[in-house]
Each structure stands twice: as C-alpha cells, then as structure tokens.
Design a protein around this ligand. Structure first.
Ligand code: AMP
Ligand code: ZN
Ligand code: FE
Ligand code: FE
Length: 292
C-alpha cells in the first residue's frame, strides 16, 4: 500500500511531518509523498523521519493554479533541488493567500463574528493558514457544529466568506516543479469542474504544456470516474497516480493509503507509473549537471 497525496501540519493536515511518516509506517505504507499546499516546509522533517525505515519518502508539494470555474491543483512529486525560482513562486502564492485570509477575516467581522487573524494562525500552529483553519475556528466559536458545515455554509465556493485568490499559471507551476527535478501531476482532475466532453481536450493541452501525469484516483471521485480518468491518461500517454489526500484528524473521512470507493492504493501506481519518471528525471538532472 502506498500514498502519493498527503498533508501535514506544515499546511492543513493535523500530523506533524514526522508523525505523519510514523503513522504511515504503522498503517503499512511503503511509499509516501508529502504534498502540502503551497509549501515544502515539511519535507525535510518527513525525509529525516523516513531515514532508516522501510518507507520510501517522496518530497512533494500541491500548488494552486489559476483556473475557472473550478479549482486546479498541481502536484509536484519527487522534488530534488529547490531553486530560488521555486521559492519565489511559493512566496507569491503565500502572499496572495495572506491577502485572501485578511479578506476572510474582514468579512467574518462584518458578519458580527469576533475573530482576528492571530487566532486563526494559532489554530494553524505555524503552518500555512487555509480555509480548513477558518472552518475549525468557526466550530470552536460555536458558529457551526462541524468543519464541513463551516464549508457548506460559509467557506465553500460562492458562499459568503469565500474569496478567490490569484495564484500562478499552469506553465509557471510546471516549470517550477520540473526545474526542481520533480514530476508535475494534475491533482483530482474533476475539481477543474469541466464536462467530460471538454476534459480530454483540456488535459491534452496541459500535457502539451509539460504535464506528466494525472491523479486518476482520489477519494472525492467515484470508482467509475477514476477508471475513466485512468483510461484517459493512458490514451494520452500520461502517467497515472493515486492518492488519499490524507489530512489526519482534520479530515477524518480521508484514510491514509485509501482512495475512491475505500480502495487500497496499489504499489503499482508507484513502481509502474511514477518511479520510471522519477528515475528518468534523476538521470536528466545528472547529465545536465555534468555538462560543462
Ligand atoms: P485553501 O487552500 O485555503 O483555499 O483551502 C483549501 C482546502 O480546503 C482544500 O484542500 C480542502 O482540504 C478544503 N476544502 C475546500 N473546499 C471544501 C469543501 N467544500 N468541503 C470541505 N473541505 C473543503
Ligand atoms: Zn488541504
Ligand atoms: Fe487539492
Ligand atoms: Fe490535497
């Protein structure tokens, strides 16, 4: 069992990166990618925790990409060397995120909720502050009973405390990830929110821009949809990955190593799909560094 999409407390997951690795080991995971939202801050700690264990750790990230009408999330898997360009992109994403968070606080205050950004930052515990932390705040403040209700009533798209934020272009995301020696993979493609009839053309276009793979298996999709996405990827000559989008206790419906329909994620999504691309990328980096 493996998992190629997880979050730690460096973004909106509840486990620290080290605890995430230890939990993954306990649960029988053999390959784990950490893909925090717009940050790589957890990768070092997770890598250390995995050393000397049987677990293969894949340093990663999940970048927010400008997209309408839905959401476009780009996974970067197997990051090797972080360039200043890569850090510049993360800085930009986080500045836009901070501006957006300030707007959310303002809107909540206008709605009569006693809140300030520091209290939400406290909930985030030093990690990237995201909407799930606002959801937790609303639960603690007894405005809603559950985090999901906070999203449904206030924080989801088109709800009163929702603000879209400027992110980066797909080209920028792909180039940052490949520049770092990683593999760019489109996370949960159905969140693009486009019809099946348009999806193939859109993903083909993404592939032509350098996208290497798609995460066909994600718990937010149905099994039949995942199968269809896997076929689509294969017909486009792309790599297929699978993940749980695990967030620890912050999102108890997501189980590590499990994806759509509660299915266990097979090792083959690493060994047959991602691993060959990672090896090719490593070779490429080596040759490039040898050039005079
Ligand atoms: P942010 O990056 O701050 O906009 O937060 C995005 C995160 O919020 C996603 O990765 C999910 O974990 C969570 N999220 C977004 N929409 C929903 C929703 N409708 N219900 C529950 N969680 C959501
Ligand atoms: Zn998340
Ligand atoms: Fe995502
Ligand atoms: Fe995610």
């Amino acid at each position: 069992m493996i998992d190629l999409h997880t979050h730690s407390s460096a973004s909106d997951g509840s486990y620290s990166p080290g605890d995430l690795v230890r939990y993954a080991l306990e649960q029988g995971i053999s390959v784990l990618a950490l893909t925090d939202h717009d940050t790589i801050a957890g990768n070092e700690e997770a890598k250390k925790a995995a050393e000397g264990t049987g677990l293969t750790f894949v340093p990663g990230v999940e970048l927010n990409i400008n997209w309408k009408p839905g959401e476009c999330h780009l996974l970067g898997l197997g990051l090797q060397t972080i360039s200043p360009d890569f850090m510049e992109i993360l800085d930009r994403l986080n500045n836009e995120r901070k501006a957006r968070n300030t707007e959310i606080v303002k809107r909540m205050q206008e709605a009569g909720i006693d809140v300030d950004l520091e209290r939400v930052e406290e909930i985030a515990g030093g990690g990237t502050v995201g909407r799930p932390h606002f959801a937790e705040f609303l639960v603690k403040a007894k405005v809603v009973k559950t985090r999901q209700a906070a999203f449904d009533r206030f924080l989801a798209k088109d709800r009163p405390f929702y603000f879209s934020r400027k992110s980066i272009s797909l080209e920028e995301g792909i180039s940052a990830i490949t520049g770092a020696g990683g593999i760019p993979v489109l996370a949960h493609p159905l969140s693009l929110y486009v019809s099946w009839s348009r999806l193939e053309g859109i993903i083909a276009d993404f592939r032509d821009k350098g996208l290497a793979g798609i995460e066909a298996w994600h718990p937010a999709a149905r099994v039949a949809e995942c199968e269809r996405l896997e076929k689509l990827a294969k017909s486009l000559g792309m790599c297929v990955t699978a993940g749980s989008d695990f967030h620890g206790m912050a999102r108890p419906d997501r189980k590590i190593g499990k994806t759509a329909g509660g299915r266990t994620i097979s090792d083959t999504y690493f060994t047959d799909q991602l691993f060959p691309l990672l090896e090719a990328q490593k070779q490429k980096t080596l040759t490039e560094n040898q050039e005079p």
